[in-house]
Design a protein around this ligand. Structure first.
Ligand code: IMP
Ligand code: MG
Length: 179
């Protein structure tokens, strides 16, 4: 991986513009269905979602509660391990709350299927929605899709803006890939 060149897939300005557009769509959904005065709990899936979560939440207009869970499904490298490890899954009572789960990327769908099932069954939340920065539709293996997403990606392994390769490159302000 290190002997390949890092190319830009989406530059920093375009990416933040797409995240702002996504926030507008999310605001519109909650404004229409509820009210922008009604609180929303947003759940950040660490570590990958951290940059997307902060960028997105700057543009959300409702009063937000911020919660963090830590999950890991990828093993080392570019292949999914096929198992989800819950490193930290403690959430406050979410009964009757509106919840927006925020994740970096949906790949096979395993991680988010696990988390959404958990939140829906254990927490008895009212409305659980899912926002991801990148939707890698071609890799989907589970019957799940995001309610909101910012960008479509094809079958490339991408890094940056929270996404890692062996824990590195999360800090890039853009999304890149190795060629
Ligand atoms: P899933 O459970 O297969 O949908 O995988 C989701 C997790 O795998 C994400 O939360 C990411 O951490 C990681 N992942 C999937 N695709 C990529 C990628 O292209 N680059 C970096 N991480 C990825
Ligand atoms: Mg990862």
């Amino acid at each position: 991986m290190m002997d390949k060149t890092l190319k830009t897939l989406i530059g920093s300005e375009d990416l933040t513009k797409e995240i702002k557009n996504l926030a507008d769509r999310i605001n519109a959904y909650y404004a229409e269905k509820y009210s922008l005065n009604e609180e929303l709990t947003i759940v950040c899936v660490l570590k990958g979602a951290v940059m997307f979560f902060t960028e997105l939440s700057k543009h959300l207009k409702m009063p937000l509660r911020m919660e963090f869970v830590s999950l890991s499904s990828y093993g080392a490298g570019e292949k999914s391990s096929g198992k989800v490890s819950a490193l930290s899954l403690s959430l406050p009572p979410l009964e009757n709350k509106n919840v927006l789960v925020v994740e970096d990327i949906m790949d096979t769908g395993l991680t988010l299927k696990f988390l959404l099932d958990f939140i829906k069954t254990k927490c008895k939340a009212n409305d659980v929605k899912l926002a991801v920065m990148c939707d890698k539709k071609c890799a989907r293996k589970y019957d799940i899709s995001p309610d909101f997403y910012a960008i479509d990606v094809d079958d490339k392994f991408i890094v940056g803006f929270g996404l890692d390769y062996n824990e590195l490159y999360r800090n890039l302000p853009y999304i890149g890939y190795f060629e």
